[in-house]
Write a protein that binds this ligand. Structure first.
Ligand SMILES: C[S@@+](CC[C@H](N)C(=O)[O-])C[C@H]1O[C@@H](n2cnc3c(N)ncnc32)[C@H](O)[C@@H]1O
Ligand code: SF4
Length: 454
């Protein structure tokens, strides 16, 4: 790929797990009451047909990885597990009381932090407690994130028995120099063991997270990591671009210097080589950062036009409402977003006071909903189309101007009221979404809020 294109489009940009993106939420449009009303409306419209998704944030990790951008609390004290589960279940009870009828659960995802920090007994208490107040939707999918260094066979079996069929393991990179720099020593044997045990137990989708653009990572390291990945052939792969956001994550991302990171050109070559090697091995690129084998439900969901993206990343089916439980979790009622407080102490305090622990959010207006639809189409299908009467385009000829410039650069084809992202344009899908993002265009941030798009 030409350097001029990389230089032109390597700008700070959102990853669009929501629209509007979190820094552009209008907290004035939002209150605890309006948020609850929007969730009840969504529940009434979609609970019996689609069901709800639940995201649970389990924030504890035993050791700090210095590249990590997640909300986590580092501790070796496992006494923290039980009070946390009790608080999350109480939060769930508060939500259940809002609804007229039992929630119908379509998806549960345990994220973190490290869900496998928790003992099997505590994880069972958590899932049993959630399901006590709910029924299960047809074709429900439960998934969790496991750390290969501490996921035991017992974890895999217990969660399987509770209905989990999908697991993703954090791999990042197999090279030792890179592993030392990111403070995450994790031999291939550990990943091999958990991948094989998950398969033996009967998990139908095993996923690995790998990252390019890490400190000291070379093109050869990426090649080697993908070679080893092919030995284990996960069903899905997240191939993330390292998001360097030290201004958000404080010292956590300062275990190495900026000069230790690959240049944008090397990073782009790492991505392109990775993509080539993965497609040779039968993986198909799904939306942004994700690859899947054709046998995996994520790939099948594209054919059926069901692929969806939310705060959990890509999912194989859409639910209108997603409730996030635990510190820092984000909930989405389709008409609004709400985020929980990030500090554990504040979280416990609000739960003790019987208050749903949200602290900020956004209610979507008519224009937000139109833009949200286009961004979701682009992120999930690399395609979108619009109606001539759609107010947004009539009012904003400059959106079309921005798109025409990208068409001239070969990133997309505009035909009538349709946009199709080209192969060349796929790595720039975040930039294409930015052309639609009215709030960002109207108010470009003066300091860097987002990671670079490349
Ligand atoms: C919560 S962690 C996965 C579970 C478990 N804690 C582990 O580390 O194995 C989620 C994933 O986010 C990705 N991730 C975290 N920080 C990132 C960053 N700064 N840039 C890109 N990906 C990141 C990693 O690939 C990681 O595996
Ligand atoms: S990458 Fe996983 S284990 Fe490491 S600090 Fe982040 S959440 Fe914890």
């Amino acid at each position: 790929m030409k350097n001029s294109l990389i230089n032109k489009y390597n700008v700070a940009g959102p990853r669009y797990t929501s629209y509007p993106t979190v820094p552009y939420w209008d907290n004035n449009s939002f209150s605890s009451k309006t948020w609850k009303d929007s969730l009840i409306k969504s529940f009434n419209e979609s609970n019996s047909s689609e069901g709800l998704s639940l995201y649970l944030h389990l924030p504890f990790c035993e050791s700090l990885c210095t590249f990590c951008g997640c909300n986590k609390r580092i501790t070796k004290r496992h006494e923290v597990e039980s009070p946390y589960i009790t608080a999350v279940l109480k939060e769930w009870d508060m939500y259940c009381e809002l609804f007229n009828g039992k929630p119908h659960i379509k998806e549960i995802h345990l994220g973190g932090g490290t869900p496998t920090f928790f003992s099997t007994g505590n994880l069972k208490r958590l899932i049993d407690g959630l399901l006590r107040k709910a029924t299960l939707a047809e074709g429900y999918e439960f998934s969790f994130e496991g750390h290969p260094n501490n996921t035991t066979k017992d974890h895999l079996q217990t969660l399987y028995d509770l209905g989990f069929r999908r697991v993703s393991f954090g791999v990042q990179d197999y090279n030792e120099v890179v592993q030392v720099a990111i403070h995450r020593i994790q031999p291939f044997e550990n990943v091999k063991r958990v991948t094989e045990e998950a398969r033996e137990i009967g998990y139908t989708s095993v996923s690995h997270d790998i990252i390019f653009g890490l400190p000291f990572q070379t093109i050869e390291h990426v090649e080697e990591t993908i070679k080893k990945t092919k030995e284990l052939m996960p069903d899905r792969l997240a191939f993330y671009s390292y998001a360097h956001v030290p201004w958000i994550k404080g010292n956590g991302q300062r275990g190495f210097k900026d000069e230790d990171l690959p240049t944008p050109q090397t990073k782009r070559r790492q991505y392109e080589l990775g993509k080539e090697l993965l497609s040779e091995a039968g993986f198909v690129e799904i939306g942004m950062d994700h690859f899947a084998l054709k046998s995996d439900s994520l790939y099948k969901s594209i054919d059926q036009q069901k692929l969806h993206r939310n705060f959990m990343g890509y999912t194989a089916s859409k639910t209108q409402a997603m409730i996030g439980l635990g510190v820092s979790s984000i909930s989405d009622s389709w008409y609004g977003f709400a985020q929980n407080v990030k500090g554990l102490e504040e979280y416990y305090h609000l739960i003790d006071e019987n208050i749903i622990p949200i602290y900020r959010g956004h209610l979507l207006n008519e224009k937000d909903l139109i833009i949200r639809k286009h961004i979701l189409n682009l992120m999930c299908q690399f395609h979108t189309s619009w109606d001539n009467k759609e107010l947004y385009f009539e009012e904003l000829p400059e959106v079309l101007e921005r798109l025409e410039e990208m068409e001239a650069d070969g990133l997309m084809k505009i035909q009538g009221n349709n946009i199709q992202v080209t192969e060349k344009g796929k790595p720039f899908v975040r930039n294409i979404c930015m052309a639609f993002d009215l709030l960002l265009q109207e108010n470009m941030p003066e300091t860097q809020l987002f990671s670079m798009t490349i």
